[in-house]
Design a protein around this ligand. Structure first.
Ligand code: ADP
Ligand code: MG
Length: 258
C-alpha cells in the first residue's frame, strides 16, 4: 500500500543544510500498522510529512496504492491519505465547533449527506451527539484527539499517518486512544504508519517497525523479535530501556503485559 524508497529530505536554514532524512526505505502492506520509532530529531515526522506532501524538498520514490507520488498531490490523494498530529490542541481550530471541523473536509471534497457522515464519524470514535456543537476548549485532551481522528476518517481514507498521536495525552488516556486506533484499523481496513519516540507504544500497535536515528534507519524489527530480545543495535536497546523506565505505566500496560 505504501512504498518509500531511498527518501532524502534536506532543509536549508541560512547557511546551514540539515539532512533530516537520509536514504530511508519503508514498505507497508495493506492493512498493516507500521512503526517508526526513534528519539526526538531523528527524522520521523519529516518522513511522514514528505509522504503526506507537506514538505516540498524531497528526493526518492514514493507510492501509495500503486500511485507514484510527485511534488503535487491530487485531490484523491488528499482524501485517501490522512494525517493525525501529536497536539490535539493545536490541530483543531479554537473557534470552530466539532460539527464545523468535521463538515469542512466534506465540503472541500464534495461529499453529500454531511449530517449522516458527521454522526457516523463521531460514533466511530466513541463520541455521542452531545459533542457535536462543542468547541475544543469544552473537550478533554483525549476527546480532542478523538475529534481529530474523526476528521481524518470522515473522508473514508485508506491510509492514516499518525505522528505521535498520544504523546500529548495522560498515560491513562493514551491506551484508550491506541485501542481506538486499533479498532478503526480493523473495522475500516486502514493502513497506518505510526510514529512515536516510545517503543512500548510502537510494540503495542505494530507488527513491524523501523528504528530511526540521525535521519536514517538503523534497524528493522518485528514485534516478535523485540519481545524475544533479538535486538541488534545498542540504540534500540536504549529505546527499549527508556520505554520501560520513563513510561513505566504504559510499558507495563502495553508492552510487558500486552
Ligand atoms: P522527529 O519527528 O523524529 O522528532 P523531525 O523529523 O521533526 O524529527 O526533525 C528531523 C530534523 O530535521 C531535526 O534536526 C529538525 O530540527 C530538522 N527539521 C525538521 N523540520 C525542519 C524545517 N522545517 N526546517 C529546518 N529543519 C527542520
Ligand atoms: Mg516528530
Amino acid at each position: 500500500m505504501i512504498v518509500i524508497d531511498d527518501l532524502h529530505v534536506t532543509f536549508r536554514s541560512g547557511r546551514h543544510v540539515i539532512r533530516a532524512v537520509r536514504g530511508v526505505s519503508v514498505t507497508v502492506e495493506e492493512g498493516e500498522v507500521y512503526g517508526l520509532v526513534g528519539e526526538s530529531g531523528s527524522g520521523k515526522s519529516t518522513v511522514l510529512r514528505a509522504l503526506a506532501g507537506l514538505d516540498g524538498a524531497w528526493d526518492g520514490r514514493m507510492e501509495v496504492a500503486g500511485e507514484r507520488l510527485g511534488r503535487r498531490r491530487s485531490a484523491q490523494f488528499h482524501r485517501r491519505v490522512q494525517m493525525v498530529f501529536q497536539d490535539p490542541y493545536g490541530s483543531l481550530h479554537p473557534r470552530h465547533t466539532v460539527d464545523r471541523t468535521l463538515a469542512e473536509p466534506l465540503k472541500i471534497h464534495g461529499f453529500d449527506d454531511h449530517d449522516g457522515r458527521i454522526r457516523r464519524a463521531l460514533r466511530e470514535v466513541g463520541l455521542n451527539d452531545s459533542f457535536r456543537f462543542r468547541y475544543p476548549h469544552q473537550l478533554s485532551g483525549g476527546q480532542r484527539q478523538r475529534v481529530a481522528i474523526a476528521r481524518a476518517i470522515i473522508l473514508e481514507p485508506r491510509v492514516l499517518l499518525l505522528d505521535e498521536p498520544t504523546s500529548a495525552l495522560d498515560v491513562s488516556v493514551q491506551a484508550e486512544i491506541l485501542n481506538l486506533l486499533m479498532r478503526l484499523k480493523r473495522d475500516l481496513g486502514l493502513t497506518m504508519i505510526l510514529v512515536s519516540h516510545n517503543l512500548a507504544v510502537i510494540a503495542h500497535m505494530c507488527d513491524r517497525m523501523s528504528v530511526m536515528r540521525h535521519g536514517a534507519v538503523v534497524e528493522r524489527l518485528t514485534v516478535d523479535q523485540l519481545r524475544g530480545g533479538e535486538v541488534r543495535e545498542d540504540y534500540t536497546r536504549q529505546l527499549l530501556l527508556a520505554a520501560k523506565g520513563y513510561d513505566r505505566a504504559v510499558a507495563a500496560e502495553l508492552l510487558l503485559e500486552g
